[in-house]
Design a protein. Sequence first.
Length: 376
Amino acid sequence: MFSFSRENTSSLAKWWRNIDKQILFLFTLLFLLGLFFSFSSTSSIAAEKVNKETYFFFIKHLIFVSISLSLMVIISIQNKNNLIKLLPYLFFISVFMLFLILFFGVEVKGSKRWLNLFFLPRFQPIELAKPLFIIFVAKIIVMDEKTNLYRRYLYSFFILLLIITFLINQPDLGQSLLLTLSWITMIFVSGFNMIILTILGLVFLGSIFLLIFFLPEKFGYIYLRLQTFFDPKSGDNFQSEKALDAIKQGGLTGLGMGEGILKDKVPEAHTDYIIAVISEEFGAIFVLMIVMIFLFIGYKVLNKVFLEGDEFLKLALVGLISLLIIQTFIHIGVNTRLLPTTGMTLPFLSYGGSSLIGSSIIAGIILNFTRKDSSR
């Protein structure tokens, strides 16, 4: 027992010595900020709208933040070699879970994106699949050099196509767009021909228009959202208008904690419109600080990429950080009406167990791959 404790202490000491403490601190800070904003944005909802105890949602968020922080540390402390070998198998499990949604998915407001797991009701498998997809694509692109490079790109494209097929069926265009943009970023930095990349982008856009045209009953909502975005008077624009009004009301310094009204007017504001809630109560300066945290994490990770000699780790880190940054700016773009509504959460800060666990997996892998030790 004594030797076991001593070995654990030694492993933790080595982990603490080699981990990038700035990135670790910023990830932890984002989780804690999300917990704080959850306290501010969900208390009145629990008491007045869903007839729950005042701190019902906050306590749930606290539990998920505790699980997520633990998971982040557990992943970051693993041996790189063992983790890299394990992640592809987890990816296949996540794809299988996406497949199960076709038959056992839970439908909410016309979308079937969740599975009822005995330990986690209403879990969204795509949150697990996103970081694992990045790792799997990185592994494909840098695999055996005897395989033609463009064939490797094609293999990774087929994997992307498989996941997007599941997502479009749910339907979830926002996550489809996020994964596509992250995949494009990865193949771009790996040296892909720009002309072919542009053609693939046009093919993707063309596919979306064809889906809308031939299957309007399932994908017509995409057209309606685009139409409402370009012409607000042509459809129901209530949520985005209220979010933009809340941001204007908040100004630079905000109305004060708990003083915002967006959370009471817009359903799921604590998930899809959390940045507008933060802006209304704490001001644009606070939102700018959050954006700077995400950008600084991106800066730190890219610095590690430039120093890294392993092509797989470089590509995986680029994919993971692009996933975080793109999702962050899509969420902010929707909240400020710069982009059509997508239902995209803000990593680390939005309420929701699936989103928090997905964020913790991304954070844990980034911390593991940016460790100073060279052991694989």
